[in-house]
Ligand binder design. Structure first.
Ligand code: FE
Ligand code: FE
Ligand code: ZN
Length: 278
């Protein structure tokens, strides 16, 4: 069975996200740990968190994915931005322990003119400062489209961040289909070749989650604008190959397409209908 869900608002807590996801045929979900533009996170209700853990176990949910706010930049040039990022991520990881054993995704960041190498150095420095041996959360580096000065649009960059991180058994990768296609990996015409390259450079064992999005822009455009499934340049046939690929089909898929809850329900049904069970 395909493990799939969508991005949901966490304003009403974990149990609410569980029931909304289940009501649209999902068995996982993604959410922002706090306002995507940054700022304070509201207190976690431990009873809500534990009720959600029970619900997810009883309803065969796959791991849920928390997404760090967009405003963070682990490789910013300004030290105060890096400090804010570090404190926010450290706090997020502490909060993740209310729902142990799940995943936390972040954008590696933008080097803003300092250069890719400096960016990679700063990102791994931050990971070395926040990762704890005792944490139960897997931290995922998201593959990026390479817009502006984004780090993480080449598999080699992700690999180098992992290599420079001491506790890298806590690290994994979230592959965003819109981002990699925008970034110049042709998952439409050569999914096999892209996954072979991922395996050679990073290792498929690191791949823990898929952001499943179509793209508004053609191949290698480095734009990062998500489109509804089947309405963009990736297209429905390619998504059929993606959800059925032996290296991907058991991973959790998270939709981040421009949709409200109802539209997500339709996309979940559409993607489930593409699965050829054998
Ligand atoms: Fe993201
Ligand atoms: Fe994404
Ligand atoms: Zn994106």
């Amino acid at each position: 069975m395909l493990n799939i869900g969508c991005h949901l608002s966490n304003s009403k807590g974990y149990m609410n996200m569980c029931t909304v996801s289940a009501s649209i045929g999902g068995n996982t979900f993604q959410f922002f740990t706090r306002n995507p533009r940054g700022g304070a996170a509201k207190d976690i209700d431990p009873e809500d968190a534990s009720a959600a853990m029970t619900f997810m176990r009883d309803h065969a949910f796959a791991k849920i994915l928390a997404h760090a706010p967009y405003t963070l930049n682990p490789c910013a040039e300004r030290p105060e931005v890096r400090e804010f990022t570090l404190n926010t991520m450290r706090d997020d990881l502490k909060r993740m322990e209310y729902t142990p054993g799940n995943m936390y995704n972040f954008h590696p960041g933008s080097h803003v003119g300092q250069g890719i190498e400096k960016g990679i150095e700063l990102i791994s420095e931050m990971l070395n400062a926040i990762l704890e041996p005792s944490q139960s959360t897997t931290v995922l580096l998201e593959t990026m489209s390479g817009k502006g000065s984004e780090v993480g649009s080449r598999f080699e960059e992700i690999r180098e961040i992992i290599d420079r991180t001491e506790l890298n058994e806590k690290l994994g990768v979230c592959l965003d289909t819109c981002h990699v296609y925008d970034g110049g990996y042709d998952i439409v015409n050569d999914l096999e070749g892209v996954l072979e390259e991922f395996d050679r450079v990073i290792g498929l064992g690191r791949l823990k989650a898929i952001h499943i999005n179509d793209t508004k822009n053609p191949f290698s455009s480095h734009k990062d604008r998500h489109e509804k499934i089947g309405a963009g340049y990736i297209g429905i046939e390619a998504f059929g190959r993606i959800v059925n690929h032996t290296a991907l089909r058991d991973l959790p898929f998270y939709l981040e397409t421009p949709n409200e809850v109802e539209g997500y329900g339709e996309e979940i049904a559409l993607l489930r209908s593409l699965v050829t069970e054998n």
